[in-house]
Design a protein around this ligand. Structure first.
Ligand code: ATP
Ligand SMILES: O=C(O)[C@@H](O)C(=O)CO
Length: 418
């Protein structure tokens, strides 16, 4: 294995795996830290964790365990995959995990760049934009678990890390890999080893990747991986062979409350497909349950039924005030986890899941050890296939895909070319 990746959630991990596979690498996404060795032909391993919103100490411990396994597989370069909207809180978990990885590697620097231009995420002068809005005005300020209220990534990172935060600005990035390397050197010399790097185009990310050829540690969205396969002498298009879909029963689960997911839910309902809204209060009181929702889905299985808790910010806030943020998240994720298990036991073969935490709950519920990576359905979302059973999945990050993503994903898992 050449490149070792640690993903802080499951959809983000498949986003990264997609980029590396498109870059020609043979990639496997692991559901948590594997207990066995990787197959010899794997070039990039992505260990997917559910650590983005875990307590700091748990996130650090899980990330170090992933790191140690990847190091044992022979990796010498490591990528910590975080969200392209830098989802985190003043406590973590990006900074604490980076600190721990730097210490374990003895790394004197880490480049940090969440930019993902294909989905509108760019960084300019240290500020993160989603399309033409600052991060803090993009809808992410209302995120249920990690509300992002400051678009300055340097300032956001500062309280999370025990290192000083540096910056390589666009002027150096435009000047190419040598200037990026020199900019990073300057920041390290000035005592600022956690270095945010600007990027607004794919070309910028490729330059950052080239500049990072000899660095042990990178941190970012999937964009930061764009230039990495070439560093290992791997050319785009070499991998992703032998993919086929299934026409088996399909279902869609959505716990994401992101702006785009809510539009996708609306579109799917408007198309006439069956849709079941599950209210957190009903889960808490026992009026709704995974068992009942599974019966509902399996009774409509030919029509790609959708089960969702996705709700607008006001509704989410009210539910959190009533039940508590952690408790409600745990209730909803427990629901999706059990529902996924029941659906697959009931014969579902194509499963689309919207939301990182939701997808993590689904994957943990199914205990899938590894995923093979198939074709891209939308930027950042590949079709994937469970390595150990006949099950095809799409794990969609909250804001990814266009409005008819659900129908597209079901078709793509059915083998249609996306
Ligand atoms: N109706 C609701 N009321 C309160 N909280 C909810 C509701 N529906 C979902 N949630 C919570 O919102 C969170 C959504 O997170 P999730 O990561 O699944 O989606 P996302 O943040 O949009 O996706 P991503 O992380 O990929 O951007 C979950 O923790 C879920 O429990
Ligand atoms: O980087 C992104 O935006 C996604 O891969 C993700 O991690 C969202 O959960």
């Amino acid at each position: 294995m050449l490149l070792g990746c640690i993903g802080d959630d499951f959809t983000g991990s498949s986003d990264l795996a997609n980029t590396l596979a498109k870059g020609g690498m043979r990639v496997v996404q692991y559901g948590g830290v594997p207990s066995e060795r990787a197959a010899d032909d794997v070039e990039a391993g992505v260990v997917a964790l559910k650590s983005r919103t875990a307590p700091v100490a748990e996130a650090v411990a899980a990330s170090l365990a992933a790191f140690e396994w990847l190091e044992r597989q022979g990796c010498r370069q490591f990528l910590f995959k975080v969200c392209s909207t830098f989802d985190s809180t003043p406590e973590g978990n990006i900074g604490p995990v980076l600190d721990a990885l730097m210490e374990r590697l003895g790394a004197d620097r880490a480049l940090v760049c969440p930019a993902f231009p294909a989905t509108g995420r760019s960084i300019y002068q240290g500020h993160l934009f989603v399309a033409d809005r600052l991060l803090s005005e993009s809808g992410m300020e209302n995120h249920p678990l990690t509300p992002m209220r400051d678009p300055d990534i340097r300032r956001w990172l500062r309280p999370q890390t025990r290192h000083a935060v540096g910056h390589v600005a666009m002027r150096d990035v435009l000047a190419g890999p040598d200037a990026i390397r020199a900019g990073a050197e300057r920041e390290v010399a000035a005592g600022r080893p956690v270095i945010v790097v600007d990027a607004i185009r794919d070309e910028d990310l490729v330059s950052i990747g080239r500049a990072a050829q000899d660095l042990p540690l990178l941190c970012g969205g999937s964009g930061i991986a764009l230039g990495l396969p070439a560093n290992f002498g791997i050319a785009a298009g070499a991998a992703a062979k032998g993919w086929s879909g299934t026409e088996g029963p399909a279902a869609i689960l959505s716990g994401s409350c992101s702006v785009m997911t809510r539009r996708q839910v609306e579109r799917h309902r408007a198309s006439g497909a069956p849709a079941l809204e599950v209210l957190p209060a009903d889960l808490a009181s026992g009026v709704s349950s995974a068992e009942a929702a599974a019966v509902w889905v399996l009774g409509r299985i030919g029509d790609a039924p959708l089960v969702f808790t996705s709700a607008d910010p006001e509704t989410v806030r009210a539910a959190q005030e009533r039940f508590g943020r952690e408790r409600i998240a745990a209730t909803i994720e427990g629901f999706f986890s059990e529902l996924a298990r029941r659906l697959v036991e009931g014969g579902v073969r194509r499963l689309v899941s919207a939301g990182g935490e939701t997808s993590g709950a689904v994957m943990e519920g199914l205990a899938i050890p590894a995923l093979d990576i198939g074709p891209e359905i939308a930027p950042g979302v590949p079709a994937v296939r469970a390595a150990d059973r006949p099950l095809w999945l799409a794990l969609k990050s909250g804001n990814f895909g266009d409005e008819d993503f659900f129908a597209k994903a079901v078709a793509a898992l059915g083998g249609e070319t996306p």
